[in-house]
Design a protein around this ligand. Sequence first.
Ligand code: NAP
Length: 262
Amino acid sequence: MNLGISGRWALVCAASKGLGKGCAAALVQEGVHVVITARGDAALQATAAELRALNPAVQVLAVAGDITTAEGRAAALAACPQVDILVNNAGGPPPGDFRDWDRDTWLKALDANMLTPIALMQAVIDPMATRGFGRIVNITSAAVKAPIDVLGLSNGARSGLTGFVAGVARQPRVANANVTINNLLPGPFDTDRLRATAAGAAAKAGKSIDEVLAQRRQANPSGRFGTAQEFGAYCAFLCSVHAGYITGQNLLLDGGAYPGTF
Ligand code: NAP
């Protein structure tokens, strides 16, 4: 299937590794020019080189910076000639006990997983509507649908973003201007983040990381973790010309882990 987005420009946030990188790779393979961001410049430049090798016909620009800061967002937006596609992503908040979280801890989580994607949407939606094409994908978490107790910061901050998106996606000059906004909700995907959380759980339980990973794979109906490539392919479809009638949705990619009928 030709996704019909060759020559478009995408800003893919937090994309030197993991799910963001998977999205950038899928878009690049469809002929989309990308601006990718991350804080660490070495991994970002390495990923940019990989993406250029995937499709030498597209432009890949790498902007190092913290996307949760105003400066980081301004630099990313300035590098992108026009944002036709926005993939919102940032690191997830740490696990813990809600009794330990003070106001600053909450503000950090809200900044990363709610206010940053909202600020970027604010910057790009009206120009997208004027051009009559826009695709916004927010990487959130399966925790929005089925909370994970130790990830209260994520459950809370991402639910705030989800509520905001539900309203704005349906507004005039958004939905009727061919600008779609959807949230992708990952279950367990094989990335550095998943391995880091498994390392924490292993240390706590006195098990090896491999044991914890094997148990988690078995606990999923698919018997495995998802791959960043699978995640990216779904994201690229949502960014395609064919997905203009899908908006305001929360789309779960979890190998069947969520047990509900709907
Ligand atoms: P990952 O493999 O750790 O990759 C995270 C990427 O984001 C890296 O490129 C990292 O680079 C970049 N990044 C982190 N904080 C950033 C910031 N403030 N500004 C700019 N770039 C930043 O993580 P992932 O598994 O792909 O997860 C992506 C998102 O999905 C996270 O919010 C995570 O909580 C959520 N999620 C993941 C899973 C899963 O199973 N993997 C499940 C549910 C939800 P730098 O560190 O160099 O900045």
